[in-house]
Design a protein around this ligand. Structure first.
Ligand SMILES: [Zn+2]
Length: 387
């Protein structure tokens, strides 16, 4: 078996976890097309932590990281005191997007492929994206992209018929919005084509989109429009409407906050080796802000030092995650993996060559970040206890 997991494989692993350690709870809600947003709990301690992955489904390593972490916890390969902590896991925040992007992957890279072959696909994808990034800088053209062409047969028709409703919607959306060939591989949005992190009342894109501005993504994705429903960036389906996934997350965070002695959360994305904490805002925070900058910095620094990522307190209040972060004293947003061409680059795991950057990308992401969570939890508790 390779390192990449598709949606069904993720759920198979989650279903097989030892329920003595990790319990599946009632889902926190359902998506527009009826998929549950599953929720699991580890431990029964007084300090509560939320861990989420996969808001942007193309950032697939974030789902896989959270799931592999849960697996290690359930097998007792990682020790976190279950009498001290309760960890709430939402490993697949965006099920529809995860179905779309992993169906695209499986159209080229089957499950039963050898590890070596899987690795060469990941490397090819990374290199093709890199070439297209260069071309975008040099020529600025918005035509075919090599990394998308690898997945040009991944049209909505390849979705399994058990996803009929989603599939029919996508077939229609591809025609209506003239979405680029092969772009299912870059799918970060939910099934309706809304970017969950941009789907927030203070998104900087809302006015631009409603004014009819054409907004393109950058570099190797510069043929994708952010102002139309599609793979990434689009802030709303209907102006003012909050997507079901976000509604469920907000309700869930609020519920945990009101019920328990809450200490923090880890939100996983995967765009480039950064740990973001909520720093001193450049602009006024439009939400109730319970965050303490010093505490946040202290905790984030422990995490960043452990994994060797950059630490960044720069924050603007234009994303769903910034709203979630504001709700609690300590929340870290972690961008996994510096070799950047999602969804495949972070699954590279070569142990050759001299460059540290390309060495064991996958193993380092999984192992280092698990270590970092373990270390960071202790600091989080101490910071909170002092209050
Ligand atoms: Zn992201």
């Amino acid at each position: 078996m390779g390192k990449i997991l598709d949606y069904d494989e993720m759920n198979d692993i989650l279903d097989s976890l030892d329920s003595n350690f990790i319990k599946k709870e009632k889902s926190i809600g359902y998506t527009y097309f009826g998929y549950p947003i599953n929720y699991y709990v580890y431990g029964h301690g007084k300090y509560h932590v939320i861990i989420t992955g996969g808001t942007h489904s193309a950032e697939l390593i974030s789902n896989v990281f959270v799931i592999r972490f849960m697996e290690k916890l359930s097998k007792k390969e990682v020790e976190i005191d279950e009498n001290l902590y309760t960890i709430h896991f939402i490993p697949i925040v965006n099920p529809e997007g995860t179905i779309i992007v992993t169906s695209a992957i499986r159209s080229l890279i089957p499950r039963d492929i050898s590890l070596e072959e899987e690795q060469t696909y990941c490397l090819t994808y990374y290199r093709n994206s890199y070439i297209e990034g260069d071309y975008a800088n040099k020529y600025g053209n918005r035509d075919y992209k090599l990394q998308q062409m690898m997945f040009r047969h991944a049209t909505p028709d390849i979705l399994d018929d058990k996803h009929k409703e989603l599939k029919e919607y996508l077939i229609d959306l591809f025609k209506k919005n003239d979405l680029p060939m092969g772009c299912m591989i870059n799918w970060s949005s939910n099934g309706r084509g809304v970017d969950l992190n941009s789907n927030i009342e203070s998104s900087s894109f809302i006015d631009r989109v409603s004014n009819g501005e054409k907004i393109y993504a950058n570099l190797h994705l510069n043929n994708i429009r952010r102002d139309k429903l599609g793979p990434l960036g689009c802030p709303y389906f209907k102006k003012g409407e909050i997507e079901k996934e976000n509604e469920a997350l907000l309700n869930f965070y609020n519920e945990i906050k009101n019920k328990y002695d809450y200490i923090g959360s880890f939100i996983y994305h995967s765009c480039g080796n950064i740990v973001y904490y909520l720093g001193d805002a450049k602009e006024k925070n439009p939400w109730v802000n319970l965050t303490n900058e010093d505490d946040n910095y202290k905790v984030a620094k422990v995490y960043a030092d452990e994994v060797g990522y950059k630490l960044d307190g720069l924050e603007i209040y234009t994303t769903m995650d910034s709203k979630l972060k504001s709700l609690f004293p300590i929340t870290l947003l972690v961008e996994l993996g510096g070799v950047r061409a999602t969804p495949l680059s972070q699954f590279m795991d070569f142990d050759i060559g001299g460059s540290e950057k390309f060495k064991n990308v996958y193993s380092k992401i999984i192992n280092d970040n698990i270590e970092a969570i373990v270390k960071t939890l202790d600091v989080m508790v101490n910071v909170c206890k002092k209050k």
